[in-house]
Ligand binder design. Structure first.
Ligand code: SF4
Length: 359
């Protein structure tokens, strides 16, 4: 059984390992894939406490940050239709599309409501049967099973005025995209704990077998993260593996019920990641049986405008190519009060984390 070390001892061990490894290399770069990890690393001070030769960079694991501008435009377009209410989690409200945010649309009179779960939305649809309700399906493998369960419930209850705009993204294809690009040199991946509770460990296996990248599924407490980093450094010495630090929540096989829900309702589709581009089979769309719950089928496609050039570097930040302070707009033109890009808006965004804790 792995010995549990106190945080200070772990930190010393991490820094000792970094010094050892950096005898014959310039530095080390680990990517924390998940936005919750980014926030935890910033707020706990881990990034500043580790040897500066160990760079911890953010990944594409903030669902709000990777939602395309054109998809926000489409949601705003739905909200502009007569009798249509758009339902979303709160973080999406301030994310800019090409011409304003959902908040702006609400200020102009559109019916946009914040919900805490898709089931709340279904409840609203049942209570207000004269209106159409569109839920924004934003999220990763953690959110998709709940939305799938809600759709199955809507089918069972024969609710006719509830639909979903499916904007889900999947983490393993995004990691494949990163691993396949030589310019994004990553020495190890701190893999997302929450997503892994659903999908388990197996979907990451290719990262070790094919790309020889050390991988560790890690929890969210500062001690978890330090231990995850420690395990990755050990792998850099001994050879890549796929380890689970977050064993109190993640089973190697994941959550079979959640996976079955997703597989019942959704199929794999290509998806556009904001600032990154199209990644093959990295999103979820409705299977034919559930097509009537797809808001795009129900209301048609509302085209977005051409993206404005803002100078936002969110794409590079989410690929680990830049840190937020390396964006020339950071803390100058782009602040949480007046965000230019989604990484400054989201509670899991890298720019918001650096702005709040690392200036
Ligand atoms: S600081 Fe603002 S503009 Fe720059 S990358 Fe972050 S969100 Fe985009």
């Amino acid at each position: 059984m792995r010995r549990k070390l106190p945080e200070q001892v772990l930190l010393q061990e991490v820094n000792r390992q970094v010094a050892e490894l950096c005898r014959n290399r310039d530095g080390l770069k680990l990517m924390e894939v998940c936005g919750t990890h980014t926030m935890a690393i910033s707020s706990s001070g881990i990034r500043r406490a580790v040897d500066p030769r160990l760079k911890l960079v953010s990944g594409p694991g903030c669902p709000v940050c990777v939602t395309e501008e054109s998809d926000i435009d489409r949601a705003i377009g739905f909200a502009a239709l007569k009798g249509v209410t758009v339902l979303t989690f709160g973080d999406m409200m301030r994310v800019p599309g090409t011409n304003g945010s959902l908040n702006d649309a609400r200020a102009k009179g559109a019916d946009v409501r914040v919900v805490y779960s898709p089931l709340d939305g279904l409840q609203m649809a049942r209570q207000e049967s004269e209106r159409e309700f569109v839920f924004l399906g934003v999220g990763f493998e953690t959110t998709a099973p709940t939305v799938a369960a809600t759709v199955l419930e809507a089918e069972k209850l024969q609710v006719k005025n509830f639909s979903v705009l499916p904007l889900f993204k999947l983490i393993p294809p995004a990691l494949k995209f990163i691993a396949a690009r030589a310019q994004i040199r990553i020495d190890g991946l701190i893999l997302p704990g929450h997503v892994s509770t659903v999908i388990g460990a197996q979907p990451y296996r290719f990262l070790v077998d094919r790309y020889r990248i050390p991988c560790c599924i890690t929890g969210f407490e500062p001690r978890d993260i330090l231990e995850g980093i420690f395990l990755l450094l050990q792998q850099i010495v001994k050879g890549p593996e796929l380890t689970i630090q977050y064993r109190r929540s993640v089973r190697p096989e994941g959550n079979p019920q959640a996976k079955a829900l997703m597989a019942t309702v959704f199929k794999l589709v290509d998806a556009n990641w904001r600032g990154i581009g199209k990644i093959a089979r990295s999103g979820l769309g409705f299977k034919r049986r559930f097509a009537r719950f797809d808001a795009r089928q129900r209301f048609g496609v509302v085209a977005g405008k051409k993206s404005k050039r803002t100078g936002c570097a969110c794409g590079d930040v989410m690929l680990g190519l830049k840190t937020p302070p390396e964006c020339r707009l950071f803390a100058r033109r782009c602040t949480p009060e007046s965000p230019i890009g989604p990484c400054m808006v989201s509670s899991e965004g890298a720019c918001a984390a650096y702005y709040r804790y690392e200036r």
